[in-house]
Design a binder for this molecule. Structure first.
Ligand code: 5CA
Length: 159
């Protein structure tokens, strides 16, 4: 566990400070690209890892974000019902376009445009959760309430 050295992770740490969030970005020499990788690096439960999953509403292409516990798989029927439209999985280019980050390092804040956002109910059972900090080997701690406040996300049982 090291302080961030990657410019994107440093920039994200500055964003956290501007948002008045106290979480410190930590960087690892090993990958935190997937929820399992991140949990192994941090030494926490996989359920405490926030997966940043991006979908697009078909056919108009609006972005939908589902911040999901690493222990869960999104039930697309539940998400579809909440959104009220058909969903398609986003490709890597769409993820980058919407969030500004590459897959494996998608942080939950700092997007140019707002998107429909849902937060997995399961994340609220933990005192602390961890999300990507903009790169595939950097993460930061936060609470599910902070995630909700700063994304204006709607709580949803996604699994
Ligand atoms: N850093 C970790 C934990 S914080 C992380 O970013 N996890 S994640 O779950 O948010 O990002 C990996 C997710 O990206 C996968 O669950 C998968 O849904 C998505 N993904 C992986 N490869 C692709 C791809 N080629 N196209 C679209 N989505 C992808």
């Amino acid at each position: 566990m090291l302080p961030p050295s990657n410019p994107t992770a440093i920039k994200f740490q500055e964003l956290l400070r501007r948002l008045d969030l106290s979480g410190q970005v930590v960087e690892f020499s090993q990958t935190t690209r997937t929820a399992a990788d991140a949990a192994a690096a941090i030494g926490c439960e996989v359920g405490q890892i926030v997966k940043s999953l991006i979908f697009r509403v078909a056919p108009d292409g609006e972005a939908v974000l589902a911040f999901t516990s690493g222990a869960n798989r999104v039930d697309e029927a539940k998400l579809r019902a909440a959104v009220g439209g058909e969903l398609a999985k986003a490709d890597a280019d769409f993820v980058r376009q919407v969030t500004g980050y590459a897959i494996g390092g998608v942080a939950p804040f700092g997007y140019a445009h707002p998107a429909h956002t849902y937060i997995d109910e399961a994340l609220f059972q933990y005192d602390q959760i961890w999300a990507a900090a903009g790169t595939p080997n950097a993460v930061f701690p936060l609470t599910a309430t902070e995630l909700q406040q700063h994304t204006s996300g709607q709580r949803l049982r996604v699994a």
